[in-house]
Design a protein around this ligand. Structure first.
Ligand code: KMH
Ligand code: ZN
Length: 279
């Protein structure tokens, strides 16, 4: 029985434009303010994509390092950098994300059609990411966009060993046009496939766009954890734009409490995920 809930906030992403979503946090100040608000209402992990001075997605190494430092100085949140970036980012830049010294980084377990684009994740690239994270003590969150990605994860762990920290945590990213649907049935299929992964593997789930609530409720009812944020949805309810990331985290925390699985603190989340405690 899972008795608590890990809430990850993904506040920015690489897909929405600031011009279309004015409340999207794109500057460092906006990101730090959002992170603090989200921590106050129940988040314990922040999944970070950054933007440049024109609010376009970037993997600029200096900006990434400054972002990690600022978030570490102002919050206790576990800092998880996206190694996925935007669909246009080259592999070398995505690998270089690890140089910014995050506590965690995402590691997507396969290629997926991504709307009109392709989110490319070759096997050799995945192996490179996984082994570099092992060497540097960065804890991965394995991003699963489709059922077969779990097969690749089982193969990865079998051939190359457990991640840094020894704990396996996966995140089901559901409802991407081209990936698995954001439905209870798909989530249950993913959960069942976890039997091929090490004992104790934990999962969170997020539903893109309209599937947000269905996936949130399915995750809670099956012992899963939650990811929410404006990376994944910019609509709170029909015809009602999201006001802030904290609004989404607060709703997730309220559902988690109703399910008698209150949010974890960042320190508790570190213990669960195998992320070293902060000195
Ligand atoms: N922006 C997507 C192409 C991740 O952060 O690792 C990839 C993504 C996954 O968001
Ligand atoms: Zn992301």
């Amino acid at each position: 029985m899972t008795t608590t809930t890990l809430i990850t906030v993904a506040p920015t992403g690489a897909e929405s434009a600031k011009a279309d979503v004015p409340v999207l946090p794109v500057t460092l100040d906006e990101l730090v303010a959002t992170a603090k608000e989200c921590e106050a209402v129940g988040a314990s992990v922040v999944h970070v994509h950054i933007r440049d001075h024109e609010a376009n997605p970037t993997l600029d190494p200096g900006r990434l390092r400054a972002t990690v430092e600022a978030l570490r100085d102002s919050t206790d949140l576990i800092i998880q950098l996206s190694s996925g970036g935007a669909v246009t980012d080259p592999e070398a830049d995505r690998l270089a994300v690890l140089d910014a010294g995050p506590e965690m980084a995402s590691c997507t377990m396969g290629t997926v059609n991504f709307g009109d684009d392709v989110f490319l994740n070759r096997w050799e690239f995945i192996v490179d990411l996984h082994t570099r994270m092992q060497e540097r003590g960065i804890v991965p969150e394995y991003e699963i966009f489709d059922l077969g990605h779990l097969t690749s994860l089982a193969r990865l762990l079998d051939k190359f060993g457990l991640p840094a920290g020894g704990h396996v945590h996966v995140d089901f990213v559901m409802g991407v046009p081209g990936g698995m649907p954001g439905t209870t049935e798909a989530l249950v299929a993913c959960k069942q496939a976890l039997r091929d992964l090490p004992d104790g593997t934990t999962f969170s789930a997020t539903g893109i766009g309209r599937s947000t609530l269905a996936v949130l409720l399915a995750a809670l009812s099956t012992g899963g954890h939650l990811r929410v944020g404006m990376e994944d949805t910019v609509t709170y309810a029909k015809g009602q734009p999201v006001e802030s990331n904290a609004q989404l985290v607060a709703r997730a925390a309220a559902f988690a409490r109703l399910a008698q699985r209150p949010p974890l603190s960042a320190a508790e989340a570190r213990a669960m995920l195998g992320v070293p405690a902060r000195p």
